[in-house]
Design a protein around this ligand. Structure first.
Ligand code: GLN
Length: 309
């Protein structure tokens, strides 16, 4: 292997530099804390099976995890319900935007854990009596995926709880369909707090690696979830992780991933590595423009595409 295709030696800062002139996309402005994000932030990180984390400039800059938390909420819900979560949420790709006001026809279940309806539900399925206990359970679970304690941006949690009208609508719809057991307000509060968890690119890469490596955190050695849970989660990331852009993503990048409105992407290449690519300006599907370009280049150079022979 040469440095150009070896994850241990790959020049992440050169890749980052090559992306800085890309000016496409818009920073999300759904809440003030997100609208203030620095559009020039750009970070890439890789987490490898031996626990090594390789990162570019900016990979220690904190941002709220937003929808990149959804795979981990799904994992915790599968773990805490002993797999019953699979009866409570669909797993077909939706082909719709992240906050589409739509439930699965016939069942009234949320269609997929990678869209908001599904994540509101998985966040409600984890262990814990009441919203404070469930948020604490999620914080412990995310810390195990990350290999360190994670703070919450209280302004983001507050604003998303208060201003997330579509999430409140989805939660009420699930109440009406009898598919959400907790109150709509509790569900939104817990989900908003999970989205407000602060990570950086290096940490997010470790979280992605934990899923990619069958549920064992490569830095701490802790088994966070069983192998079957990790495989289920990565499968659903592959088919719906980039919402209505998932088909194009799979063709171009070929790595299971999850996008978010803060401009982060978490990637899990089964058996190989976890990665994060972060930059706030988003395309029409809510995917980071520079993050996507970085992922395409990494996939090509490091031979990460699932279907490349
Ligand atoms: N917290 C955001 C929301 O629910 C997350 C959405 C996202 O990152 N796509 O609106």
């Amino acid at each position: 292997m040469t440095p150009a295709n070896d994850p241990d030696r790959y020049d992440l800062d050169a890749l980052r530099e090559s992306l800085l002139d890309e000016r496409g996309g818009e920073v999300d402005d759904s809440i003030p804390a997100l609208a203030d994000a620095d559009p020039d932030l750009c970070a890439i990180a890789l987490a490898l099976p031996d626990g090594t984390v390789r990162s570019s400039t900016d990979a220690d800059v904190a941002f709220s995890i937003q929808s990149a938390v959804k795979p981990f909420l799904f994992a915790l819900a599968l773990l805490d319900t002993g797999g019953e979560a699979l009866d409570r949420v669909g797993i077909e790709p939706t082909g719709e935007s992240f906050d589409a006001i739509k439930l699965e026809s016939g069942t009234g279940r949320p269609p997929n854990p990678m869209v908001n309806a599904g994540a509101l539900l998985t966040a409600a399925l984890v262990d814990g009596e009441g919203p404070t206990a469930r948020s604490a359970r999620i914080a412990r679970g995310l810390a195990a995926f990350a290999g360190r304690e994670l703070d919450v941006d209280e302004d983001v949690a507050h604003d998303e709880h208060l201003l997330g009208d579509r999430n409140h609508a989805l939660a009420h719809l699930m109440r009406a369909e009898d598919t959400l057991a907790v109150s709509a307000d509790d569900a939104v509060a817990v989900y908003a707090r999970a989205c407000a968890t602060l990570v950086d690119a290096a940490t997010l890469a470790v979280m992605g690696a934990t899923l990619a490596l069958g549920g064992v955190n490569p830095r701490t050695g802790e088994r966070v979830v069983p192998e079957a849970v990790a495989r289920d989660v990565v499968s659903v990331m592959a088919t719906c992780g980039v919402y209505d852009g998932s088909g194009r993503w799979m063709r171009a990048v070929g790595v299971p991933a999850k996008s978010s409105v803060s401009g982060s992407l978490v990637l899990s290449t089964p058996g190989r590595l976890g990665a994060a690519a972060v930059s706030p300006p988003l395309d029409e599907q809510g995917t980071s423009v520079r993050g996507r370009l970085a992922s395409e280049v990494l996939s090509r150079d490091l031979h990460l595409h699932s279907f490349a022979v």
